[in-house]
Write a protein that binds this ligand. Structure first.
Ligand code: ISC
Length: 374
């Protein structure tokens, strides 16, 4: 009956990250690195997970975008933890794949954005997040460990994750904390509103300033903050929601960010219950949620699966961390399928939104040393 909070800090963070092997579960965050190995049970839903947690188990894994679809949650055999990775980016290992092909859906994406904007003009919804895919094919199986280590080294303040999905590995570095629970304290870090980073310091600074001043991005952001605050309020006796967003940099992007924190009214509310109450926020779906979900189903020519779901861990006390499954991809043998989306509100421009998804794809493409061609 392991209780995560009481486990000693056992290893150096870099060692733990390097000890990951496909099939295991890795999760890095500002609170530490968690490596879970072996499968004592595979659970298909948060309800099943709640049963295992009530029996004193730890649960790790991923929930899909569609809350009605099967989850991939695991009760591991062993869990090791360490402190957090150093906050400074380190040289990343080279992912030595020879890439043969890239398949982009850029044209279909432009069309989808135009149709979504028309629906918004007709007053059907105020925000929808539309996503696209990029498939890469390598000459040999993708080296998952090198890719995970490169992601963690390049973005040490992000949440790098790798989760086994049975026939493939879900991996990425999410900047967006859906919810963390540490005792009575809950935290969430809704993000929405984005600009690309640039190696040119002047352009980089200009992008950040422009983002902070953008009324369109602030509207897009506010919808997510309101949804998170409304979702947490019934569970909290105190809730702090800053009135103004701040800037959050990742290796590839600038985001508008709000740090929400609260104190639980009932200290027994488990983190997974909070995560399922919040998911999906308008950072990945839209507003109103049900209409946005329907529009996504109609306009996106693929099933999101675990992309824009939730990935993380919970312990038996109810503590844990769950992040939004973005800046991610799925590796299956020699193929790598990447996902990226952008929040659309009235006034969004199809070319700018396409460019934004391209910039978001660079979280993984940068770690691979690959340029996106469209
Ligand atoms: C849906 C994604 O990002 C979301 C999170 C932060 C900023 C976003 C934006 O500005 O559009 C998106 O809502 C993605 O990376 O695929």
């Amino acid at each position: 009956m392991p209780v995560l909070g009481t486990l000693p800090v056992e290893a150096r963070p870099e060692e733990l990250t390097a000890a990951y092997r496909p099939g295991a579960f890795l999760f890095t965050s500002p609170t530490g690195v968690l490596l879970a190995e072996g499968e004592r049970a595979v659970l298909g839903s948060p309800v099943e997970a709640a049963g295992a947690l009530a029996d004193g188990e730890i649960v790790v894994g991923a929930l899909p975008f569609d809350p009605a679809a099967p989850s991939r949650l695991v009760v591991p055999e062993h869990v090791r933890r360490s402190g957090p990775l150093p906050a400074i980016a380190r040289p990343a290992p080279r992912v030595g794949a020879r890439w043969l092909a890239q398949h982009t859906d850029a044209d279909a994406y432009r069309t989808g954005v135009r149709r979504a904007l028309a629906l918004m003009e007709a007053g059907e919804l105020s925000k929808v997040v539309l996503a696209r895919r990029l498939d890469l094919v390598a000459a040999e199986p993708v080296h998952v460990l090198d890719l995970v280590r490169a992601l963690a080294a390049r973005d040490p303040r992000g949440h790098t994750f790798a989760a086994d999905l049975g026939d493939r590995t879900l991996l990425g570095t999410s900047p967006e904390l859906l919810v963390r629970r540490q005792g009575r304290i809950v935290s969430s870090n809704p993000l929405a509103g984005s600009r690309p980073r640039s190696e040119d310091a002047v352009l980089d600074g200009r992008n950040a300033t422009e983002l902070l001043a953008s009324a369109k991005d602030r509207r897009e952001h506010a919808l997510v903050v309101t949804a998170v605050a409304d979702g947490l309020a019934p569970y909290c006796k105190q809730l702090s929601v800053p009135a103004e967003p701040e800037l959050l940099p990742t290796r590839a992007m600038w985001h508008l960010s709000t740090q929400v924190s609260g104190v639980l009214a009932d200290p027994d509310t488990p983190v997974l219950e909070l995560a399922t109450a919040l998911h999906p926020t308008p950072a990945v779906c839209g507003s109103p949620t049900a209409t946005a979900r329907r529009v996504i189903g109609e306009l996106e020519p693929f099933d999101r699966g675990f992309y824009t779901g939730v990935v993380g861990w919970s312990d038996a006390r109810g503590d844990g961390e769950w992040v939004v499954t973005i800046r991610c991809g799925e590796v299956r043998g020699a193929t790598l399928r990447l996902f990226a989306g952008a929040g659309l509100v009235p006034g969004s421009d199809p070319e700018a939104e396409l460019a934004e998804t391209g910039a978001k794809l660079r979280t993984l493409l940068g770690a691979l040393g690959v340029e996106e061609s469209a």
